[in-house]
Design a protein around this ligand. Structure first.
Ligand code: LLP
Length: 427
């Protein structure tokens, strides 16, 4: 459920709104393209997810910042008490900047630098998700030097197929993530001998946009087995981090993915009598349907066999369609009836790449230059994956709450873009 819907607008009968904000009017104010996020949707998704685990008081939901790191989005979630899952010092600084206390932050990633480790230790984070033996030794060195102790969970790779796109599957043996399940016990033993390390948790994350609960079930079974093995070996495991990955609906003509309540039932079955604190790292589930990308049609080009709708947003603004063959629903901002969705068109951007498209062979109503479209479900892995390719300016991000809106990240100017670079003195 999200808060983007058609309502009576300022200048047209039925205009797509973000909560109470007319998107035609917003486009006139902010210019296109722009990302628009709904606070009510973010709040709702966070509450639905945490609510599904109400019966388990000792849970910590660490929103995965990589999905959408806009400070307005983070502050909205921080105000609800969310923890954060970070993968870099930059993300950690964002979490701290919006007031998330260190004890609600988990740090993942295969390539944490010693500087990042030191920064995170100083911030007093809840735990490091350690992904290799050399990383473990580096962390021990840094913690010992500082006279601090790093609480760690090994990220265990269960070699389970998450049945998702191969580029967002992370729990197969061939993926770079985590330590092999079979090596876990010996790594925990090694960790226990190292100064500055407290091996107190277990972590796993098998992939993203997972729409079938079976892979979670198989992975969670291995995880509970591992907790038993570790406890029998004398380890005081006090938390289990189940990662993120729950899929969301991108299209209405496909079966809906499992609900957070279905997921919670599975978690409770798998973890039922384990006396541990549970951590989760949902990203897409919280932010995905809470954001859209609004773009204006520049030209409609009709070739003998094809129609191209050329819009002002491009692959550099939203790379998901071309990178993961992802489907994003496209809606005209001024409502059209369903029977008018009959013009088959590729929706493409101005970037000089064949892969620059937002949709291929998509039935849409007849669109004209100047019309506005909304690319839906763009709140997760949208703006965060944007680049300036073709020297295009990053698009602004707008956060809406009821009738209010704030441009939380303004569009840079061309002067900003050029002044970020230096010329060498020999030129
Ligand atoms: N925890 C860890 C350790 C992760 O690596 C990820 C995502 C998450 C949590 C959050 O997963 P989520 O709940 O959002 O599925 N750019 C891709 C998705 C990459 C996901 C990477 N890891 C996309 O646009 O589909």
């Amino acid at each position: 459920m999200h808060h983007f819907a058609y309502r009576r607008g300022v200048s047209h009968a039925n205009v797509l709104h973000a909560e109470e904000v007319d998107l035609c009017a917003l486009a006139d104010t902010v210019g296109t393209p722009f990302y628009c996020y709904s606070s009510a949707t973010l709040e709702r998704h966070y509450k639905v997810f945490t609510g599904a685990f109400e019966a388990r008081p000792d849970t910590l939901v660490c929103y995965s910042i990589k999905a959408n790191s806009n400070l307005g989005v983070l502050k909205t979630l921080a105000n609800l008490g969310a923890g954060m899952d970070v993968v870099s010092e930059g993300e950690l600084r964002r979490a701290l900047a919006v007031g998330v206390p260190g004890e609600r932050i988990a740090f993942s990633g295969v390539g944490k630098t010693k500087e990042e480790m030191a920064f995170a230790l100083d911030a007093g984070i809840y735990a490091f998700n350690v992904e290799s033996e050399p990383e473990l030794r580096a962390l021990s060195e840094v913690a010992e030097r500082k006279g601090l102790t790093a609480r760690i969970a090994f990220r265990v790779n269960p070699d389970v197929d998450a049945l998702t796109h191969h580029k967002i599957s992370t729990g197969r043996a061939e993926n770079k993530f985590g330590v092999p399940f079979e090596q876990a016990l010996s790594l925990y033993r090694q960790a226990a001998t190292l100064p500055g390390i407290a091996p107190v948790g277990v972590h796993m994350h098998i992939g993203s946009q997972i729409t079938d609960l079976a892979p979670f079930k198989n992975a969670f079974a291995l995880l509970t087995e591992l907790v038993g093995t570790l406890r029998n070996a004398g380890f005081a495991i006090d938390f289990v981090n189940l990662g993120g990955g729950l899929g969301i609906p991108y299209r209405s003509d496909e079966p809906a993915p499992p609900l957070p309540t279905d997921y919670a039932r599975l978690v409770n079955e798998a973890m039922g009598d384990l006396d541990v604190r549970l951590l989760f790292e949902p990203g897409r589930m919280i932010a995905g349907n809470a954001g859209i990308l609004v773009s204006r049609v520049l030209y409609v080009k009709t070739d003998p066999d094809k129609t191209f709708t050329i819009v002002d947003a491009a692959m550099n603004d939203l790379i998901r369609p071309t990178l993961y063959e992802a489907y994003h629903q496209i809606l005209p901002v001024i409502e059209s009836t369903p029977e008018t969705f009959t013009r088959i068109t590729d929706v493409v951007g101005p970037v000089c790449e064949t892969g620059d498209y937002l949709a291929l062979a998509r039935p849409l109503p007849e669109l004209h230059a100047g019309d506005l479209i909304a690319i839906m479900t763009a709140g997760a892995y949208g703006a965060v994956q944007a680049s300036q390719y073709n020297s295009r300016l990053l698009v602004p991000e707008v956060l809406v709450s009821g009738e209010a809106f704030c441009v939380t990240r303004p569009r840079p100017s061309y002067e900003d873009m050029l002044s970020a670079e230096r010329l060498p003195d020999w030129l």
